[in-house]
Design a protein around this ligand. Sequence first.
Ligand code: HEM
Length: 319
Amino acid sequence: MTDVLQRGVIVTDGEEHDHYRELMEPALHPGQLPGYIATMLRQTDRVTATWQNGQIVDMLVEGRKIALLIVMEALFSVDAWGDLPRIWTPILKAIDYISPGSWILWRQMPRPGYKKHLQALDKYLYEIIAARRAQDLQPTPSRQRPDLLQHLINAGLSDERIRDQMLTMLIAGHDTSTALLAWSFALLGQYPKTLAQLVLELDESLGQSAPQTPGGWQPHLLDEIIKEALRLYPPIHIGNRIAATEVTFGAGETIPAGARMFYSIYLTHRDPAIWENPDSRFARNASRMAGKPRRWRMCRLAAGHAPALGRPSARLKRG
Ligand code: HEM
């Protein structure tokens, strides 16, 4: 992963990690999120406007377009609509490169077929950085507050370190939401009654108006469906951490300090010791999936010192 993300916040540790995180948090602070709603609605409408009545669309592809456009505009103030053909394959290649595979066990494994795409993505990001540096940085009416890119520039980071954070946010911020969208639609496709209930809930609570801030409407069923999609198909299904101190589990196994531990988000979310009928709750309790998970039952956004930096916006996107 570090081959691609270099010094990105998700692959760094300690002070360096905390520094990048601190720089980026203001742009993703919950207070900023209402400001992103217009972007989310506009970019979603733009993609759905290309669909024809009765047409079957691939929600993995369409969801990715929506998520990419939102991340690019919200975080970097770039309208990437016209850039999609240029960045589509490079982004898919970058995701493929960092996805878990044999390289985890064999770091030097030859990996042909990626270089030119990764370089193309770098070129795109460096162009955005150069264009921003060349701009007059006075706030404009359309950009009263600095976006994430501006925070990174203002902090004095080099182009290379800014590129690392941009690529990290681009991938972490869009691929997860894409998977969540696609799985939610896949589940709804399998449970037409739940879909009908959801449509009713949205019609009743929203009518013809667009969704406002999360407090403005109460999409209970939608919320439960999204949580259930995240439980069954967590977009990031595995994680790892280094033990800061020696850890002893209930059964007596001891993990020494400094050891790297992998944890399975997917298996935790389907552990029969925690979940009743873990594989079929969506079907059985489609309209009554409530029941707050106890702490650590759900870890789809990770937790502790470095949970998803986009946690607030991930929540808002599902609202
Ligand atoms: C459904 C949506 C999302 C899910 C399920 C998700 C899940 C996760 C998980 C499990 C991690 C921990 C990875 C690890 O350390 O092992 C993580 C980290 C991260 N996520 Fe998300 N995420 C989502 C949305 C977002 C969004 C929208 C953004 C950006 C706008 C984002 C940015 C990040 C970043 C930067 C990190 C690294 C944080 C750090 O190391 O301090 N995520 N995410």
